[in-house]
Design a protein around this ligand. Sequence first.
Ligand code: NI
Length: 267
Amino acid sequence: MKHQDIFSKLWADYTKLNPSVQKVYDLFTNLGETVENDHIAFRTFNDKRVNIDKLAKVFINAGYEEKANYYFEEKHLVAKHYEHKTEKFLPRVFISELILEKFSNYLKEVAIKTIDSIPVELLNGDELIFSGSSWSVPSFKIYEKLKSESEYAGWLYVMGFRANHFTVNVNALKQINTMEKVNSFLKNNGYKINAVGGEIKGSPSELLEQSSIMSEIIKVKFEEGEKEFPGCFYEFAKRYPDKNGTLFSGFIANSANKIFESTNFKK
Ligand code: NI
């Protein structure tokens, strides 16, 4: 699959599921800004059939390569980021996976059963990253049980494989060109910023600043009926050059750790 097709397909699913994301995009472009993507992110389990390497395949085939690894001790996650070998304008791809061995037998069994019911052609093909929750209608009761151990596991069980977030490259914005300006622009337009650990994660000295709006609350069909649920969110990132003048291209685990909480569901 060509990279253009991968990203337009992911964007189409993301904006259809979370209409507010398209509205945020339009707010920026209506000001004459060009919205470029810094990175897009995916979530998965560390089961071989669906793990990071498996989800990365479609990107590797489109010319991406692995760049770095990350570890999130408290959330029991590992992650890798990928960049395109030659087309530097293309977004980075950040894929994390939940380390199932760190959780209860209940959570492990639900994860394995869920993966068992993914159609084989999806597991063997290139379309897994677009397939959402192909396993069946989720149960809200199971979601709540998973969430009591891992919010990430609960979200993944309900939402499945899709872009968890796209990220606006703030370096490419002309007027709203600082994180402070981005956040106040979003707040003035009625969006809620993820405030875990402060609204801006990271700092110029860490060479990366990030912020995000909380996931849009969407309607999801559960076994128990339709319910409100946190969908996907939109992130914003500004990168700084190192001492040699090279723009930092990686991720800061401590910041990403807090960005994960943008799908938290508080009622
Ligand atoms: Ni991100």
